[in-house]
Design a protein around this ligand. Structure first.
Ligand SMILES: [Zn+2]
Length: 124
């Protein structure tokens, strides 16, 4: 069995064990960002007019509440590469230097899933 070269510490173990299900899921497999679609407003997307015809665009993860923000160019144009900034939900950040990787969170999400028998798995 392969093992990780960097073992996570006790503080990381505690964080993983106590983190919210949605945070563990997002850190395991990515955020549920709302899609931007014409004619279909989402409550997970906030658009605020800013100076010089710019817009402040905020997308909110439907699962954990992470906020991803971008400011457009004047007139609303999005330049590439657009820079995002983020606001993390409470409890998202793992302890400093803890080396928690997505696979650790996936393992925890799966452990919790099995614990409550989410998929009603039967072997016989
Ligand atoms: Zn998320």
């Amino acid at each position: 069995m392969a093992t990780r070269e960097i073992e996570i510490g006790e503080s990381a173990e505690q964080w993983i064990h106590h983190a919210d299900d949605s945070i563990i899921a997002c850190r395991a497999t990515g955020h549920g960002w709302p899609k931007i679609k014409p004619g279909k407003a989402s409550r997970y997307i906030k658009v605020t007019p800013d100076h010089d015809g710019c817009y402040q665009l905020v997308q909110i993860c439907r699962d954990c509440g992470m906020q991803r923000m971008m400011t457009t160019l004047p007139g609303g144009e999005i330049n590439f590469p657009a820079k995002y900034s983020y606001i993390q939900p409470d409890g998202y950040k793992s302890p400093k230097g803890s080396h928690v990787i997505p696979r650790d969170c996936l393992a925890e999400a799966w452990r919790r899933t099995l614990e409550v028998d989410t998929y009603k798995m039967r072997t016989s």
